[in-house]
Ligand binder design. Structure first.
Ligand SMILES: Cc1cc2nc3c(=O)[nH]c(=O)nc-3n(C[C@H](O)[C@H](O)[C@H](O)COP(=O)(O)OP(=O)(O)OC[C@H]3O[C@@H](n4cnc5c(N)ncnc54)[C@H](O)[C@@H]3O)c2cc1C
Length: 400
């Protein structure tokens, strides 16, 4: 008799588990239950419709550094299925990926539908049943059989995979089974800032800043973008991910300090002021966009002052404004390209050999349902691919 697997959730983790189980062991009957009218919705809209499938970084020790939650637990799994395996997997199914300068990987077509169609085609090929508009509302075990109740019918199965993303209902079901959870909070968001120094600057970006959340250990580097509402870009998104828990506790009201010229030390700055001694300090500069430069230092120097005339005190003030200017953050906004939830199933509950519960080893979990999340760059999908693949492998080769 075929073994039966019910998968809750028709997203990246649900589809990847289903397909890989069937590829490794066709002696399974697999059913995906999806509450929505459509499957793979997030894959479709991901990466601005391009789907940032994974990242070029494949060395497990480096890869885990991109996960504010889950970095310790993912190290072993990444030795078994990492970003390179993802690239090969999709290429073997006819979807070629390309790498962008910052390491993000997308389908060469720049179309997320390539990934969606590939996954749907494979579910058909392997006879996987996909039931949409089917919401799971109850889950319990009776003897050794799982009973999954939905809005329309009840299913029995040998195994259940929860690939339900950040579903409160499923977390509540898990809680009633005695599974420990970590309260969910948003990760990957942009910062609201009304500081007058950013007035009239939306659209200006700086290639590399160093950003610190004052009063914490959180420090990130990378490009920064000034927006209508405040600040965005990789340096901000990384800070939002690493600071997800602290910043929620602060109700998203906190101070940041920005070093606008992290590659320039005092010696290099002084040399510039000597090399340009006869030049006016405003409006042009060799470091950052001139308009930002003006806004940052216009309260320190007047229009016609040259570097030679400025004197040591003013030059030190300019240097301080460039290296350590503080801004008050008053809230957050959603980052449209990608947002995720930190929190979920407590990682201590999970056996990462096969992404199943230590207490109930016929219940599997992968993707965003777990308290794992990555910074932006394809790392969130990668966590889903890795967890699903290893869960599928464990399911396919288990004895009973
Ligand atoms: C706008 C946006 C863009 C993103 N872009 C990227 C990107 O480019 N790269 C990247 O790495 N990450 C990206 N992410 C994050 C990535 O989409 C998620 O990490 C990933 O989709 C998680 O996959 P999952 O299968 O665990 O969850 P989901 O994709 O959320 O799938 C869970 C599914 O379960 C279903 N479900 C929930 N509860 C029930 C229930 N009770 N019964 C039945 N079904 C249920 C849901 O309807 C959903 O379809 C993005 C996220 C967003 C929101």
């Amino acid at each position: 008799m075929k073994k039966k697997l019910i998968i809750v959730g028709g997203g990246a983790a649900g589809f990847f588990t289903a397909i890989n189980v069937m590829m490794m062991n066709p002696d399974f009957e697999v059913i995906i239950l999806e509450q929505g009218k459509e499957v793979l919705n997030k894959v479709k809209i991901s990466g601005g419709g391009r789907c940032n499938v994974t990242n070029v970084c494949s060395e497990p020790e480096q890869l885990v550094k991109n996960y504010p939650r889950g970095n310790r637990e993912l190290l072993g799994p990444f030795h078994r299925f990492n970003t390179q395996d993802t690239v090969e997997w999709f290429e073997n199914q006819g979807v070629k990926l390309k790498t962008e300068a910052d390491g993000r990987m997308f389908p060469v077509s720049d179309d997320s539908m390539d990934i969606v169609q590939c996954l749907i085609r494979l579910t058909k090929k392997y006879g996987i049943k996909v039931l949409t508009s089917t919401k799971v509302i109850g889950l319990h075990k009776s003897n050794s059989i799982w009973i999954t109740k939905t809005n329309s019918q009840t299913f029995s199965s040998d195994f259940v995979m929860l690939a339900s993303g950040s579903s409160k209902l499923v977390w509540d079901l898990l809680s009633s089974l005695g599974v420990g959870l970590v309260a969910p909070v948003p990760s990957l968001f942009t910062f609201h800032c009304k500081d007058t120094r950013f007035r009239d600057l939306p659209g200006i970006s700086v290639d590399n800043v160093s950003l610190k959340i004052v009063g914490t250990e959180i420090k990130t580097t990378g490009p920064l973008l000034i927006t209508h509402q405040g600040l965005s870009g990789p340096a901000v998104l990384k800070a939002s991910a690493w600071g997800a828990l602290n910043l929620a506790q602060l109700d998203y009201k906190f101070m940041i300090a920005i070093d606008w010229i992290p590659e320039i030390d005092e010696k290099a700055f002084t040399k510039m002021t000597i090399d340009h001694a006869r030049k006016k300090i405003l409006p042009r500069n060799p470091f950052i966009a001139n308009r930002l430069w003006e806004q940052l230092i216009s309260s320190i120097v007047h229009e016609n002052l040259t570097y030679a005339e400025a004197g040591k005190k003013k030059l030190a003030q300019i240097f301080e404004a460039l290296k350590n200017s503080t801004f008050s953050i008053t809230g957050k906004s959603t980052f449209k390209e990608e947002f995720v939830t930190a929190g979920g199933v407590d990682l201590q509950e999970v056996d990462f050999k096969g992404f199943f519960l230590k207490k109930i080893n016929s219940l599997y979990l992968a993707g965003e349902v777990l308290n794992i999340d990555g910074v932006t760059g394809g790392f969130n999908f990668q966590a889903a691919w890795t967890g699903s693949y290893l869960a599928a492998e464990h399911l396919a080769f288990r004895d009973s």
